[in-house]
Write a protein that binds this ligand. Structure first.
Ligand code: ATP
Length: 250
């Protein structure tokens, strides 16, 4: 099988004001794979995700230099190209945050939200897309009889799967996840891990994680943030020891 590069990062630097967080990052993320980004706290992992879908532009003091290319519709798109609408970028490169953030509305409306933003109004189309996204996020069976309840009534693990369903509703090419299981118990985290692995045939995933065992279970490729840049770890069995994580360096 010929695996293509889905995301290419070239000479990327990221600063908040005068504080440089990332410098000269070069990395490639292959299509249909899960890549984990690991590293100690405060080293720029979340900032790296913000650079990919240009969410950094919402932070007044943030500055990014360098290039991020995403392969869309069989051609490489420079994400910073002024003619490429940021709304389209964020539809195709969705971000799921560390803490589940359901909108204050029903389960159904949460998942339908990106479709409404896209201007899709046909009820049957929306309803079908909502069900499909909830199924893909392993949540349909748990919520199919309570779709009109407030999403904030769901458990933490269900809320995170709802947020993944919301991201999937717009059928993104890339799913960025920032420590998606860090606020969940072990059982809920395992469900999300299985879910991530199952999504590989539909999109390319980049997951920031502190859990090295989790990284071993889900990641096809691993990058570690070292001295402000990304270094690939090959093979993933060469990950830093878990004792490092327990001692707080991860
Ligand atoms: N909005 C901001 N303004 C200024 N500095 C920021 C801002 N957001 C993050 N930083 C700083 O940038 C550095 C990198 O932060 P970032 O959140 O990217 O790290 P991280 O590796 O994801 O950390 P963690 O694992 O703890 O989530 C940190 O020193 C952080 O304090």
């Amino acid at each position: 099988m010929n695996v293509l590069a889905k995301i290419r990062v070239e000479h990327l630097s990221f600063s908040y004001g005068s504080r440089r967080v990332l410098h000269d990052v070069n990395a490639v993320f292959m299509e249909g794979t899960v890549t984990a980004v690991i590293g100690p706290s405060g080293r720029g992992k979340s900032s790296f995700l913000l650079a990919i879908n240009r969410l950094w532009e919402e932070i007044p003091e943030a500055r990014v230099q360098g290039h991020v290319w995403i392969r869309l519709d069989d051609r490489e798109q420079l994400v910073s190209d002024p003619s490429f609408p940021v709304t389209e970028l964020r539809r195709r490169v969705a971000l799921v945050f560390q803490t589940p953030n359901p909108l204050p509305m029903s389960i159904y409306k949460n998942v339908a939200f990106p479709l409404n933003v896209m201007g899709i109004q046909n009820r049957d189309v929306v309803s079908e897309a909502v069900q499909k996204a909830l199924c893909r996020a392993y949540l349909w069976n748990e919520v199919k009889h309570r779709l009109h309840e407030d999403a904030r009534c769901l458990s933490g693990g269900q809320q995170q799967r709802l947020c993944i369903a919301r991201a999937l509703a717009a059928e993104p090419d890339v799913l960025l996840l920032d420590e998606p299981t860090s606020s969940l118990d072990v059982r809920a985290a395992r469900v999300i891990e299985e879910l991530l692995t199952s999504l590989k045939d539909q999109c390319t995933l980049v997951v920031v994680s502190h859990e090295l065992d989790q990284v071993r279970r889900v990641a096809d490729q691993v990058y570690e943030v070292v001295d402000g840049t990304l270094q690939q770890i090959v093979p993933s069995s060469a990950l830093p020891g878990d004792d490092q994580r327990l001692s707080g360096s991860f």
